[in-house]
Design a protein around this ligand. Structure first.
Ligand code: 1SD
Ligand code: ZN
Length: 274
């Protein structure tokens, strides 16, 4: 599939006026006191819990490392209407440390962004919710580089070796999704937007947490060594994507799987804090 500039040719919704990601200009955000803290239901369970384990299915889907949540997790509060069931989380990253995130804050990009995708319980399934205006709630977490490895990221990074090639899967437990999110989930930005990949449905209530998390260069490089198959990459090559080989149809590194910033048009980003 060709790059983001060509998406509207096949997916007209990608040229809509409520697209994501966006730059968050912190000085023009509107404070909204109805944006209360989140309740993250079962985000810190592991398989050692007596009842439900936090079982996760990792996939290299050729455009990201995507982790399907196979246990019962959900998101409530945060100004959302009702309960949203968590389906999966995935990552966007770059080949250099000054790019990678999809969202920007005051024009600054981060090297990594995690998206936790949940769907409105009232729609029953992710597929069913995907096109509804209030169908999805995505929690966005930005990461900056730290000297030390982030221990919360370690079980995840260690699993990446098993999903090196596009199409590979691995089921694991013991990853604490809660510990990959900021401790303080009450400070965030909120706006109405879209999926950042085709078909670009404008069905996402976006939350970007103010507090970035940490990832080491070594941990980031484990993501940067995943492979995608040539010709199946949906994002752009950013003019500098690494290539594992010069042969046509050979695998190359999965990097720069971020969509460029989209105009806000008539939207306003709200903030839960002053
Ligand atoms: O890019 C992802 C896509 O892979 C899929 O996870 C979709 C939800 O089903 O969400 C988009 S995104 O807008 O969260 N980047
Ligand atoms: Zn995403």
């Amino acid at each position: 599939m060709s790059g983001p500039d060509n998406w509207p040719v096949h997916y007209p919704k990608c040229r809509g006026e409520q697209q994501s990601p966006v730059n968050i200009d912190t000085h023009s955000c509107l404070y909204d006191p109805t944006l209360t803290d989140f309740t993250l239901i079962n985000f810190n369970r592991t398989s050692s819990s007596v009842d439900v384990g936090c079982k996760l299915n990792f996939t290299n889907n050729g455009h990201s490392a995507s982790v399907r949540v196979m246990s019962d997790m959900a998101v409530e509060g945060g100004g959302l209407d009702g309960r949203y069931r968590t389906a999966e989380f995935h990552f966007h990253w770059g080949d250099m440390d000054d790019v990678g995130s999809e969202h920007a804050v005051d024009g600054a990009k981060y090297p990594l962004e995690m998206h936790v995708v949940s769907y409105a319980e009232k729609y029953g399934t992710l597929m069913n919710a995907m096109e509804k205006p209030d169908g999805l709630a995505v929690l966005g977490v930005l990461f900056h580089i730290s000297e030390q490895d982030n221990p919360a990221f370690a079980p995840l990074a260690d699993t990446l070796q098993y999903i090196h090639k596009a199409g590979e899967h691995r089921t694991v437990d013991g990853v604490q999704l809660r510990s990959l999110l900021p401790e303080d989930t009450s400070r965030f930005w909120r706006y109405a937007g879209s999926l950042t990949t085709p078909r670009c449905y404008e069905s996402v209530t976006w939350t970007i947490f103010e507090q970035p998390q940490k990832v080491s260069v070594k941990q980031l490089s484990q993501l940067r060594h995943l492979l995608h198959e040539e010709g199946h990459f949906e994002a752009h090559d950013h003019g500098s994507a690494h290539s594992a080989s010069d042969q046509p149809n050979s695998p190359s590194y999965l990097v720069n799987n971020w969509r460029p910033l989209q105009p806000l048009h008539k939207r306003r980003v709200r903030t839960s804090f002053r």
